[in-house]
Every structure is written in C-alpha cells, then in structure tokens.
Design a protein around this ligand. Sequence first.
Ligand code: MUC
Ligand code: MG
Length: 374
Amino acid sequence: MNQASILSVEAILVDLPTIRAHQLAMAVMQRQTLVIVRLRCSDGIEGIGEATTIGGLAYGEESPEGIKLAIDTYLAPALAGLDAANIHAAMYRLASVARGNRYAKSALESALLDAQGKRLGVPVSTLLGGAVRTRLPVLWTLASGDTVRDIEEAESLLQSRRHNTFKLKVGRRAVSDDVAHVSRIKQALGDRARVTVDVNQAWNEADAAGAIARLEAAGVDLIEQPIPRANLAGMARLAARFVVPIMADEALNGPEDALDIARLGAADVLALKISKSGGIHEMLRTAAVGDAAGMSLYGGTMLEGSVGSIASAHGFACLPRLSWGTELFGPLLLKDDIVANPPRYSDFEMELPDGPGLGLTLDEDKLSFYRRDR
Ligand code: MUC
Ligand code: MG
C-alpha cells in the first residue's frame, strides 16, 4: 500500500443553538460551540473530528477558541508530513510538542482514526480492536431549571422510549432547593426511571454529606462529582459513607487520575470522556485502570455534536464492561446538525454506525451556514 501523509488540518468553530436553555452549576448554555477538525491526507482521504467545551472556559482549562489556536499554531504544523496511517506515532508527536491540550488532541486523533477507517474500509471501532456492542444505552439530562418542565420532559421521553435514565443538574441553587427539586422529580417518575445527580463540584463536603443522605433516601441512583475535583480525600470519605455510588467526572482526566482515585477509593464509578483523556486510546487506557481496580464505567459527554458523540461511541462500544451506560445525547440537545446522517436513537439506545471510519458525512451547506467565520 502506498503511504499516505498528512497534508493539512483545518479547525472550524461552529455555533449551534440548543433546543432549550441547559443549566449547569457553572454555566447556562443557549448554544454549543463545536470545533470541527478536517484532516486532509495525500491519498485524497479526509478525516473529521470534534472537540467541545461547556460554557466556554467555565468547565475546564480549554475553550473552543483556545483549541482552534492550539491546533492552528502548534498541533497541525507538528502533524504535517507524518504517516497518516500511524496514529500512535502521530499522537506521540503531539505529546512531544504540547503538554495538556487534551481536547484538541482528542479531536485530531478522531480525525486520524476516521481517515484510517475510510482508507481501510472499516469502522473506527474495528480499528480499535472491535466493538462488543452495536447499541449503547443513552440517558438524558434534565436541566431546564424548572421542576415541572423537567418532569414533563421526562414523561414525554419515557413515553417515546427515547430515555429511561435521567441525570439532573444541580449546584446552581441553595442545597435544600436542589434536594427538593430532585426528590420531586424522582417521586413523579418512581420506578419507571433511574435518576442520577450531577453537582459539577458545586458543594463543599459538609453540604454534600447532608444532601447525599437525603438524595439516597429519595431513591437517587448515582451522585456525580459532588465536591471539587481536587478534594479526592473528601470524595473517598463520601464514597465510604454512602451506599449510593459516587462518580468521578471532573476529577478524572487520564489514566494517572484513575490510578489516584483507585488508590484512595475516591469513587465507585468513573465518567470516561474521550476529550478529557486526550483521545479514544487514552480513554481506553483510563478505563482499563478503573476496570482493573474494580470501579464501574460510564460513557460521558462534553455535550459534543454528532462527530464527537459518534467518536466517543466507537470507543465506548469497545469496553466489555460499561455498566452505567452512556450520556451520548449531545446531538439531541442541538437544534440542528452539521452531518447528513445524524446518530439514530431508539428504545433508550444509540446505534453505532457501521460505515467506514466514524461512519458520518458532513453536510457542507449546514457547515457553511453555522461556521463562525462565514
Ligand atoms: C458533565 O459534567 O457531565 C454531561 C451531561 C450534561 O448535561 O452535561 C455534561 C457535563
Ligand atoms: Mg459531569
């Protein structure tokens, strides 16, 4: 086979409106910005990838604009001329020219995998060693900010069999108001739905201990990142104190964090995300550490659009044990899409595409319409 090299990389900021306000502890989202990566190779093949953040810089250390800058200025030049088929070597090169910048690296790795899958005519999950499932359970986040509206939203999604697990975003309001909000929703849905809570680091340990006791009594199934990410000792105390499982999200990026969390017993469940880990391969390494330590795994999202969500899905599909399912609902939170074949959801699950690469085709008109620099 003739060797294909990486010719160029374009990073495009794309702003898409959300279907409703999405309220998290650290930001209220009315739109999502996708950084879409197009990686062109000398054999004419193009790979696509995506990175997103939540609320600009409110969630983590990278912003969409910063991701584009890192790619344009440092990462794309480092990739130019490399063998497009050798993804490990390309990622090693990126690691040697840039520390951190995991979201940017993840988007580039997805694009490399997409291109290689198209080149060989196989899905990305096949390149990764093979999918153990073709459908992934997907929850929905209730985050309108209004209890009655959230209950109506959940009822309609249960009715249409799109979701039967709901994650509630808390941490913006007083702790007692949040507990009352969650308890009302769980009471309305009863055994028909699982309810989980994501605090996004907003509580201190004492508030968390009081709130978790009441949430556990209300029947909540999982508590995500209740206190700041740096307080792993506090997470360990909460995990030891309560039966309801505690999940690490912001506290977990790559395999080293999984090892620290495992050593301290700082979580029962790990929220894996390809962006936080710096790509699908690093996410799988992170998962391996958690799995070996006996923790349960969950397929997380940074509210990516279709490209990032499907890249995540190819990775999560390769995990034998994914007992908490996924939250790959990002495309459904957006009013429109920039791919011609958006992911399909039915019976509480998402279908893994089986076409070459990610299995997605960009809709060039939509991309032109929504790109920020049009
Ligand atoms: C997060 O912190 O988990 C995932 C679902 C959602 O609504 O927000 C994200 C981020
Ligand atoms: Mg979270």
